[in-house]
Design a protein around this ligand. Structure first.
Ligand SMILES: Cc1ncc(COP(=O)(O)O)c(C=O)c1O
Length: 426
């Protein structure tokens, strides 16, 4: 057993001061049957060191932003240098312009971009813009897709809600709920029916779903969404908060050669500091204030530290590193598949993302993910932690591969996983 006395003591104190003892629900480990989360002292490359001195291979990487791993020297230096010149001005900077140019250059459909501080804000603002542009209220989203804790997008939102079995309703107005139409991922007929029923402002999706575990779009599904949204006069919004700058330089839209009307980005964009963005075609984005009449603002938007971390991170993400990330991901996925041979486990991956589903059947939507053997998955996670491997403590989250991982880290993980799978199904 790993020694966790200090984590336990911190959690006992935290529970009296913060709801559930954490500042974001996915950090709690109750869903995998642990009495307390592991409190972190520091990150080094692909490893976490906890307050009791235990070391773990980290497959969470802050839930996605740390594509270069922890405390990457270039990112640390960029932040240090920026901080020395002031942490926030509330006025424009040249670095913001450089980051905007980088985002527009990488994401094929984005001509203009507005920076915000979180993916939630970015998704919320993109939906507001879609409503303003179309003059319509309803939004179509997919079951198991998470777009942040925006009132109208919480319905069947996968991620932390699914992990903790929390309904979307409490605190959400009836109006917000009524304006959200939830359809199953990969279900063309359901999309068509939703679009036929009411005039819809936007169809928002994670183009590779990653908050119900990783679920790829079925062949032709994204292309169908593109044409169905256009035909219905709705905007297509790709939430690439997880996939953007990760699955490819230009996200899923580059992989599939598709242009959504609006894109939401975050995570990797801020290199581990709070930054996110939404963007799209010029004529749409020029509706945003002060160019246009759709109001959206932020005291810390385009924050100099976050912009510096984002620029340093994106600068490392060249063709060679994307190829390496793809190779590492495939090695991890293949190794996990091998370690689970003969067991009811399906390992799914996209570049930089992996999910071992505890399911005998392929998972193609949220219902499939929800039907996984969550008890066995919880035992698997606990067994990995005991062996110094830190997985996302939820069946509904992706493992995040970073460029700080290497073949040795993958080998160690697969060895631990072999034993953990056996324990999970014992
Ligand atoms: C696809 C997606 N969209 C939006 C968000 C919300 O981002 P944030 O947590 O920065 O508000 C997340 C967060 O995990 C996400 O995965």
């Amino acid at each position: 057993m790993i020694e966790t006395g200090r984590s336990e003591a911190l959690f006992a104190r935290a529970r009296g001061l913060m709801p559930g003892g954490v500042n974001s629900p996915v950090r709690a480990m109750g869903s995998i049957g642990r009495e307390h989360p592991i409190f972190i002292d520091r990150g080094e490359g692909c490893e976490l060191v906890d307050v009791d001195g235990n070391r773990y291979l980290d497959w969470v990487c802050s839930w996605g932003p740390l594509i270069l791993g922890h405390a990457h020297p270039r990112v640390v230096e960029a932040v240090r240098e920026a901080a020395g010149r002031g942490t926030s001005y509330g006025a424009p900077t040249g670095a913001e312009v450089a980051l905007a140019a980088e985002v527009c250059e990488r994401l094929p459909s984005v001509e203009m971009v507005r920076m915000v501080s979180s993916g939630t804000e970015a998704a919320m603002s993109a939906i507001r813009l879609a409503r303003a542009v179309t003059g319509r209220d309803p939004v179509v989203k997919f079951a198991g897709a998470y777009h942040g804790h925006v009132d109208g997008l919480l319905a069947e939102a996968g991620s932390g809600l699914a992990t903790h079995g929390i309904p979307a309703g409490p605190g959400v107005t009836a109006g917000a709920a009524a304006d959200t139409i939830v359809v199953p991922w990969n279900d063309r007929d359901a999309v068509a029916a939703a679009l036929a029923e009411r005039p819809v402002a936007a169809v928002i999706c994670e183009p590779i779903a990653a908050n119900m575990g990783v679920v790829q779009p079925a062949e032709g599904f994204l292309e169908h969404l593109r044409s169905a949204a256009t035909d219905a006069g709705a905007l297509l919004v790709f939430d690439e908060v997880i996939t953007g700058f990760r699955v490819a330089r230009g996200g899923v839209q580059e992989l599939h050669g598709l242009e959504p009307d609006l894109t939401v980005a975050g995570k990797v964009l801020g290199g581990g500091l709070p930054a996110a963005a939404y963007g799209g075609r010029r004529e749409l984005m020029e509706r945003i204030a002060p160019a246009g009449d759709v109001y959206q603002a932020g005291t810390l938007s385009g924050n100099p530290l976050a912009v510096a971390a984002g620029l340093a991170t994106l600068d490392e993400l060249d063709a060679g590193n994307y190829a390496r990330l793809g190779r590492l991901t495939e090695a991890l996925a293949a190794g996990l598949r091998d370690a689970a041979a003969g067991l009811p486990v399906r390992v799914v991956s996209a570049p930089g993302l992996v999910t071992p589903f505890f399911s005998a059947d392929p998972v193609r939507d949220f219902a499939g993910a929800a039907a996984c053997d969550l008890e066995a998955h919880a035992r698997f996670c606990r067994a990995l932690l005991e062996r110094g491997v830190y997985p996302p403590a939820s069946q509904f989250e992706a493992w995040f591969v970073s460029l700080a991982h290497d073949d040795a880290a993958i080998e160690r993980t697969i060895e631990a996983a072999r034993e953990a799978f056996a324990e999970a199904f014992a």
